[in-house]
Design a protein around this ligand. Structure first.
Ligand SMILES: [Zn+2]
Length: 436
């Protein structure tokens, strides 16, 4: 094996390099780079457009949208170029293998031990590290005719051909699950660098953690511990699942459980309640003591914290934590009743805080006020509800001042009935506000 490794290195005609920081627009973001094993500046080719290719999960299910079978001609052309330029060879059984000895940078993404190279020594390859570009047809398996004879593409060539065709000879970001780093992405990089005659095809490889079931290892079809996307969506709102993903860093594993979904739902309803209270305040229904100086300071600090967290390898859990802190500070002020009888303390900063919170979640694809989340569709009878709430508030104030328990009981009944219709009344001392 040692001799083999030496042979690979001495025979190399290609590039020997580590990671090359690309030229272009520095986004100010730092991302984890599996080649350098450090966080590095994210520099993209164009300021206004990032090219990104993501491998689908290996779930053998309807999550896939890019069909390999629709792109067979493209894939065969890709292999033929490697074959014609002698970076690939045909084995005895009619399969075509990539010749790893022609590519010196093999093991760039994941340091390869000799044990790894010993895998798949079938005897028909020149070297154990060589991988299939085209697999010769076997009985009872689907196959396509090609220049090399009947067969089907190797697993790795599919993504190289598709991404190379769509994006080209340089890709800003290529993503996928951490299990795809080796051998899939390693092989993609090797064959694409060779195809395009470049020392680096993908500038940034980003890998996500796995989704685990509680008390289980990675979800995998072979382990029969998967939940299909369709089944999950029967009970979980997709926006809630998106929030659940934001609660963990993208490189971390996620433990999927009802607790996780419950937490995500709580985060969403917390924001919804918060915006309701902000709107009640802005409509003058909620008369609060707002410390403008302190609020604008909190908003400014949160904006900086969110910016820093996103620039630090997209640290979404810190973003959620920072937003939660800002909402807690603001909520405390909103729920401190004003003692000023000539109440005119409408703070523009409450609007600024609310808009910031909503905007950040919109960036993550979560529109807190969308009907997708608020699935109980209510007709917009706001004006009528306003009149009703005002009437109830007057009756209630009368009930309080005259200590009339019957009047107060009627107010409670109206509140409960409206709740059943999706209209929520909150009493704040003698004042009432409402939300949907
Ligand atoms: Zn792929």
């Amino acid at each position: 094996m040692l001799l083999l490794r030496k042979a690979i290195i001495s025979n190399s005609k290609r590039f020997k390099t580590n990671w090359i920081q690309p030229e272009g627009y520095d986004t100010g973001i730092k991302v984890y780079n599996c080649v350098t094993r450090t966080k590095v500046p994210l520099v993209v080719a164009n300021k206004s457009c990032v090219t990104m290719y993501t491998c689908g999960p290996t779930v053998y299910d309807s999550a896939h949208i890019v069909r390999v079978t629709d792109n067979m001609t493209l894939i065969v052309k890709f292999i033929k170029k490697l074959f014609d330029e002698k970076f690939a060879y045909k084995s005895e059984d009619g399969s075509v293998y990539f010749d790893v000895s022609q590519y010196e940078n093999y093991g760039k993404l994941q340091k390869i031990g000799e044990n790894t190279l010993e895998v798949n020594t079938g005897g028909i390859k020149n070297s154990p590290a060589d991988f299939a570009l085209w697999k010769a047809a076997k009985p009872n398996e689907p196959y396509w005719d090609s220049f090399f004879g009947p067969g089907r593409p190797g697993w790795h060539i599919e993504c190289s051909a598709l991404a190379g065709n769509i994006i080209g000879s340089s890709v800003d970001i290529h993503a996928g699950g951490i299990d795809l780093r080796f051998p899939h992405h390693e092989n993609e990089e090797a064959q694409s660098c060779t195809f395009f005659s470049k020392p680096q095809w993908v500038n940034y490889w980003l890998h996500t953690g796995h989704l685990h079931l509680r008390d289980s290892v990675k979800m995998s079809k072979s382990l029969k511990n998967t939940i299909s996307i369709q089944d999950m969506l029967k009970t979980v709102n997709p926006v809630v699942f998106r929030v659940a993903c934001l609660l963990s860093h993208y490189r971390s594993n996620i433990e999927y459980s009802s607790d996780l979904i419950f937490t995500a739902e709580k985060v969403l309803s917390g924001i919804k309640n918060f915006t309701d209270d902000c709107n009640s305040f802005l409509k003058g229904q909620l008369q609060s003591t707002i410390d403008n100086k302190s609020l604008i300071e909190s908003l400014s600090e949160t904006m900086t914290a969110v910016d820093n967290a996103l620039q630090d390898d997209f640290n979404t859990p810190v973003v959620i934590e920072s937003i939660h802190h800002l909402m807690t500070v603001t909520n405390k002020m909103l729920h401190t009743p004003s003692t000023n009888s000539n109440y005119l303390n409408h703070s523009v900063y409450v609007t600024a805080v609310m808009n910031f919170v909503l905007e950040i979640f919109k960036v993550f694809g979560v529109d807190v006020l969308s009907k997708q989340i608020n699935d109980k569709e209510v007709n917009d009878y706001s004006d009528i509800i306003d009149v009703l709430i005002k009437f109830r508030q007057n009756v209630r104030q009368l009930g309080i001042s005259e200590r009339n328990e019957n009047a107060l009981k009627l107010c409670d009944e109206t509140r409960d009935e409206l709740r059943n219709l999706g209209v929520y009344i909150k009493d704040h001392g003698k004042i009432s506000s409402w939300s949907r």
